[in-house]
Design a protein around this ligand. Structure first.
Ligand code: MSP
Length: 468
């Protein structure tokens, strides 16, 4: 692989970021940091940003007594602050209200319009503002949106521009079957395939009634439907930022299962229609609940990145989120599970091992800094098996502990050479562990590497104090 381009969804600016948005962004950050070390800094491009148009944002802005632009401008710093705090190393933060994005969205859709894939028609349907999409009869549960049962569906009937999605469906189906782009994990791929097999309708790509959006260049009474222009951000960013054009197509797009269809079918059809190459892999992870409940403002159980980091430190929070459950599955988070894992894995496991070894090896010559990740760990990170990659590292932490307990170097008083051999063997294990941890826990890993890879091994500050 010569370059690596990773993207997260762009998040709505209706609210400040929470651990849900952090979860995807963090996974992307792990990949970006990993590939920067593997391929070189300039070989990686990591994009995240905000999705700022559409009815939902306009409604929140109105409630706040602000213009949508001023409202978005007030939320964007919250995202940037949260990502800085969480040590997210994005290369570019795209906003869909920036001029460059609008310019390239227009370029894409003018091309699609000229190619004859867009036509005018009448749309009538029940719209969910929470999802920013029409909900079909089959999707409804008790006549309501399954994801936003508290929000009334709104009957909308208006003249729209339609995109000939149906025409692309067979090609997309075949491309997925032939592996021309991958949908991971496998169960998501089957989900998309079976929905494609059931048949697909054309989709409306414009709104006459929503003024907060990008005007359609050939008919400015209409604005683009927020989803179709937002999807283009992954591509427009590579045009907006100088010198990044070669990064398209993306190696991987990360997102959660709620927005799978848009990312595996609608986005691909737009690209095919505009004759732009498709991203290589779409990975949709699961959704997590908090103590078995959906995270929502009305339940008051929304966890912010700052809260999590305040309690467990940046690297602690990063570890806890990425190790909590299998990436790709649904999971459940809770403060008590976090506390338990923090004490067992970080205070007792990693923290304890590093202090123990540093004390034993203090003053011994510093060890060589590795230049590559361990094979088993690398294979897991590269397939987005983040929890398992961490499991692999923690297995080695246990092995290092067991090695020390078996050889008991503290009891060797009369054979300094043997003692040093044992101690340096385990110091090298710690160095390997720290090297691999750089993608997940960058600050901690760097501190450990500095302790063990300088001129002499030194004792440092303790890591991750046990929570009482
Ligand atoms: N703006 C759209 C995406 C447009 S992309 C062209 C959107 N934004 S969102 O702010 O609602 O973010 C959705 C994403 O946030 C999910 O796909 C997922 O990446 C993340 N998550 C939000 N809540 C989550 C959980 N409870 N669990 C896991 N991920 C979650 O949809």
């Amino acid at each position: 692989m010569e370059k690596f381009y990773v993207v997260t969804p762009i998040y709505y600016v209706n609210a400040a970021p929470h651990v849900g948005s952090l979860y995807t962004t963090l996974a992307a950050d792990v990949l970006a940091r990993y590939y920067r070390l593997k391929l070189g800094k300039d070989k990686v491009f990591f994009l995240t940003g905000t999705d700022e148009h559409g009815q939902k944002v306009a409604e929140y802005a109105e409630k706040a007594g602000m213009t949508p632009q001023a409202f978005a401008d007030s939320i964007v710093p919250e995202f940037k602050k949260a990502w800085k705090l969480s040590n997210i190393s994005y290369d570019y933060f795209i906003r869909t209200t920036e001029e460059g994005h609008k310019k390239y969205v227009n370029e894409i859709f003018e091309k699609i319009y000229a190619a004859g894939y867009i036509y005018k028609g009448i749309y009538e349907g029940m719209y969910c503002v929470g999802c920013e999409k029409f909900i079909t009869e089959t999707e409804m549960v008790d006549g309501r949106c399954p994801l936003h049962p508290d929000k009334d569906l709104v009957l909308q009937k208006e003249e729209n521009y339609f995109f000939k999605l149906k025409e692309f469906a067979p090609r997309i189906l075949k491309m997925i079957q032939d592996g021309e782009y991958k949908i991971l994990p496998e169960k998501r791929r089957s989900e998309v395939l079976s929905r494609l097999e059931q048949g697909v309708e054309d989709i409306s790509i414009s709104r006459e009634s929503v003024s907060w959006g990008i005007p359609i260049p050939w008919d400015e009474k209409h604005t683009f439907y927020v989803w179709v222009e937002a999807l283009c951000n992954y591509y427009t960013a590579t045009r907006i930022v100088e010198g990044k054009a070669h990064f398209w197509p993306a190696q991987i797009q990360l997102l959660a299962k709620d927005i799978l269809w848009f990312h595996t079918v609608v986005w691909q059809a737009i690209l095919l229609a505009a004759d732009i190459p498709l991203p290589k892999t779409i990975f949709a992870h699961g959704f997590f609940t908090i103590n078995g409940q959906k995270m929502s403002e009305s339940l008051g159980n929304v966890i912010s990145p700052a809260e999590l980091i305040g309690k467990y430190s940046v690297d602690g929070a990063r570890y806890l989120l990425m190790s909590a459950y299998q990436f790709g599955n649904d999971g459940d988070l809770s403060w008590s599970k976090f506390d338990e894992a923090f004490n067992a894995d970080l205070a007792h496991g990693l923290g304890n091992l590093v202090s123990r070894v540093a004390k034993l090896a203090e003053g011994e010559p510093g060890q060589e800094r590795p230049t590559a990740f361990s094979d088993s760990y690398a294979a897991l990170v590269e397939t987005c098996a983040f929890d398992q990659a961490l499991g692999d590292v923690w297995k080695r932490i246990k092995e290092a502990d067991a090695y020390l307990n078996k050889h008991e170097p503290w009891k060797i008083k009369d054979d300094p050479q043997k003692r040093a051999e044992i101690v340096l063997h385990v110091a090298r294990m710690v160095v390997g562990i720290a090297y691999d941890l750089q993608a997940f826990m960058p600050d901690t890993a760097e501190k450990i590497l500095q302790q063990f890879c300088g001129e002499k091994i030194i004792v440092g500050q303790p890591y991750f104090m046990k929570l009482s």
